[in-house]
Design a protein around this ligand. Sequence first.
Ligand code: NAD
Length: 277
Amino acid sequence: SQVPSITLNNGLVMPQLGFGVWQVPDDEAEKTVATAIETGYRSIDTAAIYENETGTGKAIAASGVARDELFVTTKLWNSEQGHDSTLRAFDASLDKLGLDYVDLYLIHWPVPAKDAYTDTYKAFEKILADGRAKAIGVSNFHPEHLKRLLAETSVVPAVNQIELHPQLQQAEARAFHAEHSIATEAWSPLGQGRGLLEVPTVVAVSQKHGRTPAQVVLRWHLQTGNIVIPKSVTPSRIKENLDVFDFELDADDLAAFAALDEGKRLGPDPAEFNVGA
Ligand code: NAD
């Protein structure tokens, strides 16, 4: 396919653009993921808490695409953190997905109040060693959480999946990741379609290129080096979000995007998000 890849720090190759399925109900996930795979997506991002691993797995099984051409990510929910509970939760996720391995397994949030992410990650290292995940990583970890993980565990996380879009550019996190060979994956890359796609700069750049606001935002991510996982349940948008490999933003466009950073979070601050502790 024309989707570029990112080589993770353990050599695993990951498509730079994939498909996110947060807020897609399980009974719709099968159809939506099937549409995404037919459209050409090869990377799917789900999580235990999305409660759509079953539908996602059904779409994967029915797709006719070879397992080794797909890249499947799922995530451990906060309430399951801890060594043994992690191993049980991973079994349940694999079972729902109908797979014998995932490509990437992520700790969904650090949950500082629970203070269990290093024990949890040691269970992840076992899952990795057993070949049941091809890579392991984290999500929503601030550099302070990563520093502790790097000090207390052996395998450097392959990925940190964080909220990242033009209004929350995450320069400090991105620099820390680069320094430690951790790939940066952007969640809510389109700012959840709330406001960002109407920002005058984004609209102006989109008109200049004769593309949609979503497409120029995705170009910004790709040219910034981020892995992206835009979500849509609308077939025309699913297609539009993958159709971003035949144009480029120029230096003026990138400078205009740089000025949009306002540290605007749509989701919670991971330092304070302790749901499931
Ligand atoms: P997103 O930024 O991908 O935005 C999705 C929304 O934008 C859609 O629901 C739709 O309303 C709109 N949209 C999509 N394509 C469009 C288009 N072409 N034109 C106009 N509007 C369009 O938001 P998201 O779903 O929050 O994030 C993407 C994925 O990231 C999720 O599905 C999930 O897989 C992952 N995620 C992870 C975490 C985490 O904590 N790790 C948190 C949130 C999301």
